[in-house]
Design a protein around this ligand. Structure first.
Ligand code: PEP
Length: 249
């Protein structure tokens, strides 16, 4: 982690959380004072407006989990980046493997969504990651390099892009890569960002995601080129999320 990249700990609540979960959110917001990391919770769409109002004036940011590429129109069930922004979100997770798998989202649609996020003034958190078959074939770095090349549009800068490396086989499984493996893939991501965006790449944050818990967070966050974490299951419990945020050195 370099001084120019402020760590970001982001929680992805996925399709979890009813209005009663506000108490968990408030506990997180109240526990952040004095922490060096930036922190964000990405709840389901239904909670964004209420959560954003609730954390106003605190260090906690609110983000979305997906958006449509278009600003508005006949897209039943979809949400635009502008709607997220209007509801109080400041960022949006894009290209999560559950979107790529459940909704057949490829790199081209992820790229269009990143442009939509920029259009609306949201910070996109672009997820990339390999399957277990690809890892076992020694292709992890090549797969994520290709995903970054094809999912991130021209024009990325240190302030308008976050990348999250999330090995698919580590999400929700309790399994994590070794810190050497994480460093290798994060290094590959930094390299392709450098090829495309020059010196800006040194300031682009690369998060690790996949079974980050309070007991493994410190080691993962201390790994070369790891600038924070994207946390799924453990972000649903305020105590666990805060413990992970506190693990930032
Ligand atoms: C995720 O889905 O973004 C994630 C990292 O999940 P978990 O922490 O539960 O593995």
């Amino acid at each position: 982690m370099t001084a120019e990249r402020r760590p970001l700990i982001a929680g992805n609540w996925k399709m979890n959380g009813l209005r009663a979960a506000k108490s968990e959110l408030r506990t997180v917001a109240a526990g952040l004072a004095g922490l060096s990391a930036e922190t964000m919770i990405c709840p389901p769409f239904t909670l964004i407006g209420a959560f954003a109002a609730d954390v106003a004036g605190t260090q906690l940011m609110i983000g979305g989990q997906d958006c449509h590429p278009a600003e508005s129109g006949a897209h039943t069930g979809d949400i635009s980046a502008e709607m997220l922004r209007d509801a109080g979100a400041v960022a949006v997770i894009l290209g999560h493997s559950e979107r790529r798998i459940d909704h057949q989202e490829g790199d081209a649609i992820v790229k269009a969504k990143v442009k939509a996020a920029w259009r609306a003034g949201l910070l996109p958190v672009v997820c990339v990651g390999e399957t277990l078959v690809e890892r076992d074939a020694g292709e992890a770095a090549a797969v994520v390099t290709r995903q970054v090349r094809q999912s991130v549009p021209d024009g990325a800068t240190a302030v308008n892009l976050v990348v999250a490396y999330e090995p698919i086989w580590a999400i929700g499984t309790g399994r994590t890569p070794t810190t050497d493996d994480v460093a290798e893939v994060h290094g590959a991501i930094r390299h392709i960002l450098g090829e495309r965006f020059g010196a800006e790449a040194n300031g682009i944050r690369i998060l690790y995601g996949g079974s980050v818990k309070p007991d493994n967070a410190a080691a993962l966050l201390a790994t070369a080129d790891v600038d924070g974490a994207l946390v799924g299951g453990a972000s649903l419990k305020a105590a666990d999320f805060l413990a992970i945020a506190r693990a930032v050195g």
